[in-house]
Design a protein around this ligand. Structure first.
Ligand code: FES
Length: 144
């Protein structure tokens, strides 16, 4: 398992800054934290699908709650995709069923653990306030 210095590469989002070709940029609102990586090169952090929004957040130490450990069994990783939805994997039935139970469901709602970045470009997501303020007491992440 390789160790990367991903933490240092979290920066404040500047929409004017060009994105290098074939790179992925993910912006987490409202903190405006911006991370970039080469698709397929992110080490898997074992929460959610590889290179899902949750996996990206985990790689860069950005807090995105995930009470079920990323197995599509809760809604704590719920995000609103503000830009770049077309770069993500399609919503599958399991995710759609789970999202139906989510608070503050919107047309741009996705589960961070199930939304895999499939193409280079910029994805902007907002972590809802109720998720940011959520304290997962007693929610030990479980595997499968
Ligand atoms: S972390 Fe539970 S559904 Fe995504």
């Amino acid at each position: 398992m390789s160790d990367t210095s991903t933490k240092e590469s979290v920066k404040t989002y500047d929409p004017a800054e060009p994105l290098a070709e074939n790179m992925v940029r993910v912006v987490f609102l409202p903190e405006n934290k911006c991370v970039e990586f080469e698709p397929g090169k992110l080490p898997y952090k074992h929460h959610g699908r590889p290179e899902s929004l949750l996996d990206v957040a985990e790689n860069f130490d950005i807090f995105l709650d995930h009470a079920c450990g990323g197995s599509c069994a809760c809604t704590t990783c719920h995000v609103h995709v503000k830009q770049g939805a077309e770069l993500l994997s399609e919503t599958e039935d399991d995710e759609a069923d789970r999202l139906d139970m989510a608070a503050d469901l919107q047309l741009n709602s996705r589960l961070g653990c199930q939304s895999v970045i499939k193409k280079p470009g910029t994805v902007v997501v907002e972590i809802p306030a109720w998720n940011r303020n959520y304290v997962s007491e007693g929610h030990a992440p479980k595997k499968e």
